[in-house]
Ligand binder design. Structure first.
Ligand code: GCW
Length: 692
């Protein structure tokens, strides 16, 4: 009996040692060695830095590390200077960031020479679309880590605090320094004292890690919870209400970051309800926040049910206001002109608003890229976006340079990512979705790192040493690099393009079913539905051809881009094929660069996407022995589902578009396996609540 008990204990212990539920993210500390840390200053942030070094040191055993806080003009903001045995920074937070950098390099084997690392953006912020009842809009990894419903909604437990602390640490380790704690579709209750008390508690946990809290606010709050008759931004009582509210917030949270506002967008209230402009609304809030150093992030995600091309609307609404915003207002613009599609050209607002601070909003959560089912590494998409040349101030005016302060004089600079974090043990749902959280932080810190490096780091930090292979000998490491790191990295780097191919290649966009922006629905257009909420509006397929004409003969969306881009996009010889149907409506037999007809080219892309996911399945099955069982099986299952989804996408889109093209699927491609009627019927049943 005793032996059995021992055996059970032994098995349990071994499982707890080897099981990887992904909760430790990229911060698994393996076999640390002793280290001596020297620093004269003491504070909560510095002691975190020391602790991290002591728990994660993988350099020479018994080495000494100096942490030096000293002003140095070459170091900006919370940047730092590192070498193998010392970290120097202007701020305590800089020291902490330097420690994470040093540990990351030790663990990944990257060289550590003397180097200064400065942040690209001043504010690197996660946006949580978390509702006060704990649900998360477009969240695919469980309920909110900040909010919950029920009688204990406002009780702060030790479990809450531990989770918030782990969250803060993960963010700090990749340089994220801000978090908006609630959905941009904000509840007016957010600003009640009860909620603010909880924000205060969260802020206290996040503070030592250098993370500021921000809140999304509802523009109609003065009338809804303040007892005022109006929320008109030019009404003095309204302005006073906000001033008082801001004062109350700062008395609870002295380092509060500011507000994020979605106004006059998708039914949210805003200044236009009172005949005022976005500038009137944003400036009124900015005035209230200014004495405390707070900022307003005012979203440009606006489009109305007009006949105007949706892709043009944000520009049309915001450009006339350029120069009217206070310097603590930042206009937050989604990367593309429509809405986080698998591929969009950059929004023409970048670089065009020259007298206003503009910040990019990226979406880390995979609303349009297969939720937590698809393996989609988004870094290549963000890299493509940040490196896009706007030409606004001559060649080389990339989106990154237009927003990070290198081109325009600006008081602040910022970048936001819509988080994919929830209560799931591994935080993000899909084990590979963690890589997107990681990539966002890394790119926000340094917008010029390449996706390949990000993937490389993440894979090493996340998976190294978790498989059946023994301790790391040189041979083992070479084997691991060759047979795990390299194929998995390639799979990650190819994953977004594969999704574009099987969902909406060649510039197609927004052809989702109404079912939560997940499956295909190019046919979906119920009677009476707003046109720009239906796929046919976006693909414009008819017997003559397919695509949205945004040239001068169409909506003239191209006109919002600076030359030479306007001409590049207009001219079929120069328009990148990736954006072909974004800017052009073309005949089915149009000759593409490969020499194939447009129809055939579409078929090849859809089919290629499907084949690619099947290939990913092979890649993954082959690496089984290098990964812990749980994560291996988890990813394997999700890839199977993704493969089936890819096939559905291909068949649904090709069979539907074929009704217009009347051309055969090229005979050397796999035949469709579903009937269109079946897929439409399946989708109709799945669609419970219509969601645009
Ligand atoms: O992408 C769309 C989403 C909405 C979201 C909105 C926005 C928070 O479908 O769920 O609302 O954009 O960004 O405001």
């Amino acid at each position: 009996m005793k032996t059995i008990v021992h055996l059970v204990i032994f098995v349990l212990v071994s499982i707890s040692v080897y099981a990887e539920d992904g909760h430790n993210l990229w911060l698994r500390r393996l076999n640390p060695k002793p280290v001596n840390v020297v620093c004269i200053k003491n504070s909560s942030t510095v002691s975190l830095a020391k602790q991290e070094l002591q728990n994660g040191w993988m350099g020479e055993a018994g080495a000494s590390v100096n942490l030096v806080i000293k002003t140095d003009k070459a170091i900006r903001g919370d940047g730092f200077r590192i070498n193998a045995n010392s970290i120097q920074a202007n701020t305590e937070l800089g020291i902490l960031y330097g420690v994470y950098e040093l540990l990351r390099r030790q663990q990944t084997g990257e060289a550590i020479q003397e180097e200064i690392c400065n942040p690209s953006y001043e504010r690197r912020i996660l946006n949580h679309w978390d509702n006060l009842d704990g649900s998360i809009e477009r969240g695919y990894a469980g309920q909110s880590i900040f909010w919950r419903k029920g009688n204990d909604a406002y009780t702060i437990t030790e479990t809450d605090k531990t989770l918030w602390q782990e969250y803060a640490r993960a963010n700090a380790s990749i340089g994220i320094n801000g978090a908006v704690l609630n959905n941009v579709n904000a509840s007016q209750l957010m600003l009640t004292n009860e909620c603010l008390q909880r924000v205060k508690a969260i802020a206290e946990v996040l503070r030592p890690y250098g993370i500021k809290t921000y809140l999304s606010v509802k523009f109609s709050s003065p009338a809804q919870i303040g007892g005022l008759k109006t929320s008109d931004p030019l009404n003095p009582e309204v302005a006073q209400w906000w001033k008082d509210k801001v004062k109350e917030i700062y008395s609870l949270i002295p380092d509060f970051g500011g507000f994020l506002v979605k106004a006059n967008s998708e039914g949210q209230p805003g200044p236009q309800d009172f005949g005022r402009t976005h500038a009137d609304g944003a400036n009124m809030l900015a005035n209230a926040l200014n004495p405390f150093g707070g900022i307003v992030m005012w979203r440009a995600f606006v489009y109305s049910a007009s006949d105007e091309d949706r892709a043009k609307q944000a520009y049309l609404e915001f450009m006339p206001l350029d120069g009217q915003f206070r310097d603590n207002v930042i206009i937050q613009v989604k990367n593309g002109p429509i809405d986080f599609q698998p591929r969009e050209p950059f929004s023409p607002l970048f670089g065009a608003m020259k007298k206003t601070t503009v910040m990019p909003e990226l979406q880390i959560t995979q609303e349009y890229l297969g939720h937590s089912v698809h393996l989609a590494f988004l870094s290549p998409m963000w890299e493509e976006f940040l490196q896009s040349d706007t030409y606004q101030e001559g060649a080389g005016s990339t989106v990154a340079r237009c927003t990070d302060g290198r081109i325009f004089p600006q008081k602040h600079s910022a970048i936001a990512g819509v988080a994919n974090i929830g209560l799931d043990a591994n935080w993000c749902g899909h084990p590979f979705a963690q890589a997107n959280w990681y990539a966002f932080g890394r790119l926000a810190w340094n917008s010029s790192i390449r996706s390949e490096q990000i993937a490389d780091e993440w894979i090493k930090l996340t998976f190294e040493g978790t498989g059946n292979t023994n301790e790391a000998t040189l041979d083992q490491t070479m084997d691991w690099n060759l047979n795990f790191l390299s194929p998995v990295k390639q799979m990650m780097l190819d994953s977004r393009e594969a999704i574009v191919d099987f969902m909406m290649p060649l510039g197609l966009h927004h052809i989702f079913s109404a079912n939560g922006h997940y499956g295909p629905g190019p046919w979906w257009a119920p009677k009476g539905m707003r046109k720009d909420w239906t796929p046919p509006y976006y693909h414009q397929a008819d017997s003559l051809g397919i695509g949205f004409d945004r040239t001068e003969s169409g909506s003239n969306g191209v006109g919002q881009y600076h030359e030479p881009l306007r001409s590049v996009f207009t001219n079929l010889a120069t328009c990148p094929e990736a954006y072909l149907l974004w800017f052009h409506h073309l005949p089915w037999d149009y000759k593409t660069k490969s020499g194939r007809t447009l129809w055939s080219e579409l078929c090849y892309h859809y089919d290629g996407g499907v084949q690619q996911i099947r290939h990913f399945q092979q890649v993954w099955d082959r690496i089984e022995r290098y990964v812990d069982r749980d994560r291996f099986v988890d990813v394997q299952k999700r890839l199977r589902d993704q493969s089936l989804n890819a096939l559905e996408w291909k068949d649904a889109c090709l069979l539907y578009f074929q009704k217009f093209s009347r051309m055969p699927v090229p005979y050397d491609l796999e035949r469709p396996m579903y009937n269109l009627d079946y897929l439409i019927e399946k989708d109709t049943k799945r669609v419970g609540v219509y969601h645009h």
